[in-house]
Design a protein around this ligand. Structure first.
Ligand code: AMP
Length: 146
């Protein structure tokens, strides 16, 4: 079986990110693969449908800086260089697909919550990533931390 060479770990920057990173790191180590991290920031204008008559640029910039600092903290113990820490503005699944293709990723790792009811119908990032992915996708079942 061929080995993975480039593992892309998608993080929502919550506490759960550690669980997803840990799994991705284990696989990367066993395969001798490099790791990239990705976080997508929702465009503020998109979230509010353009209804707010104000310039959201500086708030978006602050969110961007905050995310960069958080992803750098996660990347440091794994020695992931800055060029493999991707912070982008857009929808998580499409940005993850875009970067995976652009960077020659052969495994995407995402977290997955056991969903039911309405949230199952609405779908999740992991489902969105799986659909249309051009490489393997690992959905890491998130364990609730007490
Ligand atoms: P969710 O479906 O939103 O509960 O998220 C499940 C998983 O999708 C997370 O553990 C991450 O791996 C990934 N994910 C969710 N939101 C983002 C985001 N904004 N950027 C990158 N990955 C994300």
């Amino acid at each position: 079986m061929s080995k993975y060479q480039h593992v892309l770990i998608a993080v929502d920057l919550t506490e759960e990110s550690h669980q997803v990173i840990e799994k991705g790191q284990g696989i990367a180590e066993r395969n001798g693969a490099k790791i990239s991290l990705i976080h997508a920031l929702e465009p503020l204008g998109f979230a509010y449908g353009g209804d707010i008559p104000m310039d959201l640029t500086s708030i978006q910039d602050q969110l961007d800086q905050h995310a960069r600092a958080k992803i750098a903290d996660l990347a440091a113990p794994l020695n992931i260089p800055q060029e493999r820490q991707h912070i982008l503005v857009g929808l998580p699944d499409s940005e993850i697909h875009r970067i995976a293709k652009e960077q020659g990723v052969d495994l995407i790792v995402v977290g997955s919550h056991g969903r039911h009811g309405l949230s199952l119908l609405l779908g999740s990032t992991s489902t969105g990533v799986l659909h249309g992915a051009k490489c393997d996708v690992l959905a890491v079942r998130i364990q609730k931390e007490d």
